[in-house]
Design a protein around this ligand. Structure first.
Ligand code: F6P
Ligand code: MN
Length: 338
């Protein structure tokens, strides 16, 4: 018998004491993802492609679908009665819940549309979300409420809009995957107990930035590229989809390592990816699948954020590979590099 998302969450409530308010929040998130999925599927027919003509807090040009997805997420989550604050990649300040909506005990951070450069070329994109507890639930949430390490997350996941729409979720007890049945609009549980093998044969990194990388990253990638005849003694394959959601989805299915290291271009930016709504939720998923996720120097989930839109270097996936490249950073910092 196949379980719907709704039935799965009911089972989690019964078996593991999942908070029904969290169920309500996750149901609202899934409704938002479904609405975004329908917009994505219609593409040019729904007039959702192309630039919005605005830029976000990161200084990046917004696409129409970035703005549409953000509005859908904010609307769905604000009305859930489950949160007292929201943080979006597309909005500079943290958002409180409108006066006419009840507040709840959670905070949610989200990247409403990840992989924006793929929108107009009909390649996989996604939405990412992270749920934190709100220490003092109240109507006026502030940035400081969000500045908690990723270890505090009570749920995290993403929805990928690819050939199928799939919702991937962790409640801190493993990783599960749901596939949207387009005929009924129901998310159906299609995979449980997702595991990432310790060893890997595939890596993902944007090599066009190689000249800007730190020495330990250059060393690690050079060794992978040497293949069978090099120190690693085996050949590696490479993939780059330019949407973190799709890279993590691949790693959860067939292993590998994904990297977006910090580089020397702009020292005020420690990496490209954002900690609170990209790196943290993906790290919770990967750790729950038996993989590892670090900044090259420490576990991503242990980073205490200083700013809500903070960036971070990311190495995540197969534990053996993440441990190796993290070791190279630590050796390099200690001046022990070859
Ligand atoms: O959100 C940032 C992002 O789109 C990620 O999804 C993706 O991994 C990365 O940027 C791609 O970056 P680049 O365009 O530098 O390859
Ligand atoms: Mn993103």
């Amino acid at each position: 018998m196949s379980l719907s998302l709704h039935q799965y969450l009911a089972r989690e409530e019964a078996l593991h004491g999942l908070d029904p308010v969290l169920t309500r929040l996750l149901t609202s998130v899934s409704e938002a993802c479904k609405a975004i999925s329908f917009k994505v599927r219609n593409g040019a027919l729904a007039g959702v492609l192309g630039a919005a003509g605005t830029s976000n807090v990161q200084g990046e040009d917004q696409k129409k679908l970035d703005v549409i997805s953000n509005d859908i997420f904010v609307e769905a989550v604000a009305r859930s009665g489950a949160v007292c604050g929201m943080l979006s990649e597309e909005v500079e300040t943290v958002m409180s819940v409108p006066e006419d909506c009840p507040v709840g005990p959670y905070l949610i951070a989200f990247d409403p549309l990840d992989g924006s450069s793929n929108i107009d070329i009909n390649v996989s994109i996604g939405s990412i979300f992270s749920v934190l507890p709100c220490v003092r639930p109240k109507r006026d949430c502030v940035e400081a409420d969000f500045l908690q390490p990723g270890r505090n997350q009570v749920a995290a996941g993403y929805c990928m809009y690819g050939p199928q729409t799939q919702l991937v979720l962790t409640l801190g007890r493993g990783v599960v995957m749901f596939t949207l049945d387009p005929t009924t609009g129901t998310f159906i549980l299609t995979r449980e107990d997702v595991r990432v093998e310790r060893a890997a044969k595939e890596f993902a990194i944007n090599c066009s930035n190689m000249r800007h990388w730190e020495a330990p990253v250059k060393r690690y990638i050079a060794e992978l590229l040497e293949g069978k005849t090099g120190v690693r003694g085996k050949d590696f394959n490479m993939r780059w989809i330019a949407a973190m959601v799709a890279e993590v989805h691949r790693i959860l299915q067939r292993g590998g390592i994904f990297m977006y290291p910090r580089d020397h271009r702009d020292l005020s930016k420690p990496g490209k990816l954002r900690l609170m709504y990209e790196a943290n939720p993906m790290s919770m998923l990967i750790e729950n699948a038996g993989g590892a996720a670090t900044t090259g120097r420490q576990a991503i989930l242990d980073v205490v954020p200083e700013k809500v839109h903070q960036r971070v270097a990311v190495f995540l996936g197969a534990a053996e590979e993440v441990e190796l490249v993290t070791g190279y950073h630590l050796e390099s910092d200690a001046g022990m590099e070859r």
